[in-house]
Design a protein around this ligand. Structure first.
Ligand SMILES: [Zn+2]
Length: 309
């Protein structure tokens, strides 16, 4: 992906490409904006552009070996960190300090993207701060957050902050109308209701067009296992192999955990594994099957253990 392809983020895309072109990319960025506006995609593109063998105007070429490895989620010099539970803890970020000190493995720059930065414990934040005190030249840290107030101010002050804006309704509607084969009017309504948030708008349209395969999963977990396997097949056949639907399932899991269903926390590594496999496009159907059966098992166990499922 190129910066210019970030939906509705033209000014910010120009800034990022300009920085890459001039070799003035700061060691720490903080990308701020609601979920679904492209923060993670921008972080990946930054890693791709920094490691591209033939960048043009700060944009990655998309065809060199490094770009292809990056697009397939296989490049060793881009790492995405996410909280395994409700908070991002020291154990989950401590390795970054030692890893950052080591030269890049494949390319020339190492990029660490940290999702949900506002959930960091003070200890985790301190650990990242120490990396930023004297960052090796090849290291870039990109913190992603929907809530900048929740991020430790000393950490914010070390970062260059870029705010992602909602996508203009007309622009978003144009993309959605083509993607979902719906009328312009229907696309505009969804874009407006979603407040210009692409992920939310896609969810609304998927529900409206009966395409949502994830929203009724919780109810299906107790049902026929063969129906669940059939659903795994349907998810795997989606154009994105169900990556976006996995986000929905993950959001649902987090809500359930927050509501006291702690047993579900042990499924977060399974979510990660499934996501990585989907990204690598190895055998999406098998990945979904394994994941959905793990969910089903927890639904059965949760009924007995903490009465919550
Ligand atoms: Zn390239």
């Amino acid at each position: 992906m190129r910066f210019a392809e970030l939906l509705g983020q033209a000014p910010l895309a120009r800034i990022l490409a300009g920085r890459v072109a001039q070799s003035t990319v700061p060691h720490a960025y903080l990308f701020v904006g609601p979920p679904g506006v492209g923060k993670e995609a921008a972080a990946r593109t930054l890693a791709q552009a920094l490691n591209c063998r033939e960048p043009a105007g700060g944009e990655p070429c998309g065809v060199c070996r490094s770009c292809r490895r990056m697009a397939a989620g296989q490049h060793a010099d881009f790492r995405l960190v996410r909280p395994a539970g409700a908070r991002l803890r020291l154990e989950e970020v401590r390795w970054i300090g030692a890893d950052a000190a080591v030269r890049p493995l494949e390319g020339t720059r190492k990029v660490y993207a940290v999702r949900d930065a506002e959930t960091m414990t003070p200890e985790a934040a301190a650990s990242l701060l120490s990396v930023l005190e004297e960052p090796p030249g090849h290291v870039h840290l990109v913190l992603l957050t929907a809530n900048v107030q929740g991020v430790l101010p000393t950490l914010v002050s070390r970062c260059q902050v870029l705010s992602f804006r909602p996508v203009p309704v007309e622009e978003l509607a144009g993309v959605l109308a083509a993607e979902f084969q719906v009328s312009r009017e229907q696309a505009v309504t969804a874009a407006r209701r979603a407040g210009g948030n692409p992920a939310r708008a896609r969810r609304l349209l998927r529900e409206a067009t009966g395409e949502s395969l994830a929203h009724d999963l919780p109810a299906r977990l107790r049902g026929d296992p063969y129906a669940l396997l059939k659903r795994a097949e349907e998810l795997a056949k989606l154009p994105d192999r169900g990556e976006e639907q996995l986000e929905q399932v993950e959001a649902w899991l987090r809500e359930t955990m927050t509501g006291g269903g702690w047993g579900w926390a042990r499924l977060m590594p399974a979510v990660e594994r499934c996501r990585e496999e989907l990204l690598r496009n190895v055998n999406p159907r098998l990945s979904w099957e394994v994941f959905l059966l793990a969910l089903r098992e927890q639904a059965a166990a949760g009924r007995g253990a903490d009465g919550h499922a």
